[in-house]
Ligand binder design. Structure first.
Ligand SMILES: O=C(CO)COP(=O)(O)O
Length: 126
């Protein structure tokens, strides 16, 4: 439904289990959102929450982060939940930074770890 807000879900490889667990724990709340996700992350979340309305974009290193950044710029994404791995070098680090930058530029709520996501998921009006 077009009137539902849209959340973007992304997790780096070492954080995908954690994001899938987070999504399962908040499945009822997430069911009220439209969801976009980078390719692999979206697949992992759908494995545990098959009923969720998730649009899978490209994988992060292949442009998925940039797709979500563009959706933030056009006002299509209102919340970013991105479980970042700070201990692994990423070939697409510039894309990750660009995505975070656009979330700041457009002043949307952005959770970069689970503790913050746990706070935001309940605060945001749906
Ligand atoms: O790399 C990512 C974010 O920077 C995530 O992409 P995937 O969900 O496709 O693994």
């Amino acid at each position: 439904m077009a009137d539902r807000k849209c959340v973007a879900l992304i997790a780096h490889d070492q954080k995908k289990d954690d994001l899938a667990d987070f999504a399962k724990a908040h499945e009822t709340v997430l069911a009220d959102w439209r969801i976009v996700a980078t390719g692999t992350t979206g697949g992992r979340v759908l494995d545990v929450c098959p009923s969720l309305d998730i649009t899978r974009l490209k994988s992060g290193p292949l442009g998925g982060d940039q797709q979500i950044g563009a959706m933030i710029a056009t006002g299509e994404v209102q919340l970013l939940i991105f479980f970042v791995d700070p201990l692994t070098a990423m070939p697409h680090d510039v894309d990750v930074k660009a995505l975070m930058r656009l979330a700041i530029v457009y002043d949307i709520p952005m959770a970069l770890n689970r503790a913050t996501a746990e706070q935001l998921i309940d605060l945001n009006p749906r």
